[in-house]
Design a protein around this ligand. Structure first.
Ligand SMILES: [Cu+2]
Length: 313
């Protein structure tokens, strides 16, 4: 399985609990101004990665009683001094602040455990994900109307693929992906009707049936002609997701997961993969527009499979 961070067992939290008395560095930061209905949770976890922007940190965290199960997911660091440089393997304790529309780490401190290799947790060796310029292998899944579709059906269009599950509890993760796709669909429809397609793929293969995806679709769009809400078997979804390096693991009704949003050119080649939730609809729209402008010949080519082959040999 292609994965950056794969967690085998979660029992290391017992270890964390024992060791949490030993705290070297405690960084307390100003809390950002917050409005209505704010909840705070004290959470412990292990850093699984830090995005290049330094503002996003991937943490494998323990259960948050009454809120969500333990999972590995990206968090944005706000009100915290990120110059302390967290590294993969660091044990941390943090305060998660959640509002109706957002969630972020408002305070974080390192726990002093020197040994990085914790019993019970294994990180899979890094495998190669698809690179920009590579052809994305075709896949077949089921749309929200219960009909099978393939990536190849969208040849000639710019295709955006993202991964979600409908029960995701954190407003700035899966729900944000869908909200952003909704914004993108509106923007792109103005100038590029028929030239793009959005695909949201659920990795909650047991729960997210086509029927569930259908009602989820209706919450996010009035135009399902350019946005497919896909489901499939465990194997089908896993093979698509792993091409983009998405990690997700079922976890008592919820998922340990990170995020991937991919842009595929009209010729089926990968343009870019956005990791995490930090991309904006504007940023992605610009890339889509760029790609469509570079492929004017392929405009409204839906249904045509015999596209010019760019290879010379
Ligand atoms: Cu989610």
């Amino acid at each position: 399985m292609k994965a950056k961070w794969v967690i085998v067992v979660f029992c290391s939290f017992t270890l964390l609990a024992i060791a949490s008395g030993v705290i070297v560095s405690r960084h307390q930061f100003k809390k950002p101004p917050v409005a209505q209905a704010v909840q705070h949770f004290e959470v412990k976890g292990v850093v699984r990665g830090v995005e290049a922007d330094g503002q996003t940190i991937l943490i494998q965290h323990e259960d948050i009683p009454g809120y969500m199960s333990g999972m590995t997911m990206p968090f944005s660091l706000r009100g915290t001094n990120t110059s302390h440089g967290f590294a993969t393997g660091d044990r941390v304790r943090f305060e998660l602040t959640v509002t109706k529309e957002d969630s972020w780490i408002s305070r974080i401190e390192k726990l002093n455990i020197t040994s990085l290799s914790s019993p019970g947790i294994a990180i899979a060796p890094e495998e190669k994900d698809l690179e920009p310029g590579e052809a994305v292998p075709d896949f077949t899944l089921t749309g929200q109307d219960g009909k099978a579709f393939s990536l190849a059906d969208f040849r000639g269009k710019a295709v955006l693929v993202t991964f979600i599950y409908t029960r995701c509890p954190l407003p700035n993760y899966c729900p944000l992906m869908s909200k952003n796709f909704s914004t993108l669909q509106e923007k792109l429809t103005k100038e590029f009707t028929g030239r793009f397609h959005l695909v949201s793929i659920s990795f909650d293969t047991d729960y997210d049936t086509p029927q569930v995806m259908k009602s989820y679709a209706q919450a996010f769009t009035k135009d399902e002609s350019s946005w497919t809400f896909a489901s499939g078997s465990k194997q089908q979804v896993l093979s698509v997701a792993s091409q983009f390096g998405l990690v997700y693991l079922p976890e008592a009704g919820s998922f340990t997961h990170d995020l991937r949003t991919a842009l595929i050119a009209p010729d089926g080649k990968l343009i870019h993969v956005w990791r995490s939730n930090v991309w904006t609809p504007d940023e992605v729209e610009n890339r889509v527009v760029e790609v469509l402008r570079q492929n004017p010949a392929l405009a409204v080519a839906s249904g045509k499979r015999n596209l010019p082959d760019e290879r010379n040999n």
